[in-house]
Ligand binder design. Structure first.
Ligand SMILES: *Cc1c(COP(=O)(O)O)cnc(C)c1O
Length: 222
């Protein structure tokens, strides 16, 4: 499979306001560099240490997205350079990101990950938990994070209606938060939803950021 042709075709089919994240987890740096050379800068990884190693080995203008579950004790590896963390699912994690942001004198942009799928195994907050987190009185005091939107993964199913419903629910919640948030730490701009198998539905339901791995790089062995 030719990843260069794949990314060209994908980009040609995306609306102008939508960011394509090339999900490069498990791919060697050589394959990432091929895509980088085409002028593509947004890449996503799901493991903190793998992300750090790739950051070190690749050009420094790459915009790295952390899309996988992040343990508090691993935030320090990616805090100096990460472009956007998609997977914040607790106040504890947010506080650690803020602390590491302070240490490196930067504001770290994050998304809250919402649990929208029916599978038990997927991480993320319920809508009530996300509202509690955003409404926590500590949030306005955090000067080194900014909550820029939401991320969600739909159920892994061939039932399009089910996927559509899950994405639609996330978008409605995103819009509700956008209208009600009044603090500078919460600016709802990014709606990260859609992977190789369901990004077309996600786009129809209002996604602004798609995370695509296998449709660019081919299947993963790991
Ligand atoms: C692996 C992964 C993707 C990309 O999945 P593909 O099916 O290969 O496109 C997107 N989002 C997250 C959170 C992932 O872990």
């Amino acid at each position: 499979m030719d990843s260069k042709n794949n990314i060209h075709a994908l980009k040609a089919g995306l609306p102008g306001n939508v960011t394509l994240i090339a999900v490069s987890k498990t791919q060697p740096v050589e394959r990432i560099h091929e895509i980088y050379k085409l002028g593509h800068l947004s890449f996503g990884e799901n493991k903190a240490q793998e992300l750090m190693r790739k950051y070190e080995d690749l050009p420094k203008d790459i915009q790295w997205h952390m899309i996988g579950h992040l343990q508090t004790n691993k935030v320090k590896y990616i805090a100096p350079f990460v472009w956007l963390i998609h997977s914040v699912d607790s106040l504890k994690l947010l506080l650690e990101i803020n602390k590491q942001g302070e240490r490196f004198s930067r504001v770290i942009p994050v998304l809250l990950q919402l649990h929208i799928a029916s599978e038990e195994t997927k991480f993320g907050l319920s809508q009530a938990e996300a509202e509690d987190l955003i409404g926590n009185p500590v949030i306005p005091t955090l000067r080194h994070i900014q909550i820029k939107g939401l991320m969600g993964m739909a159920t892994n199913t061939t039932d399009e209606q089910k996927i559509r419903k899950e994405f639609c629910g996330l978008r409605l919640f995103f819009e509700k938060l956008k209208q009600t948030s009044t603090i500078s730490q919460v600016v709802m701009e990014v709606l990260s939803m859609g992977m190789s198998n369901d990004y077309r539905i996600a786009l129809e339901e209002g996604s602004t950021m798609v995370r695509i791995g296998s449709a660019i790089f081919g299947g993963r062995t790991a």
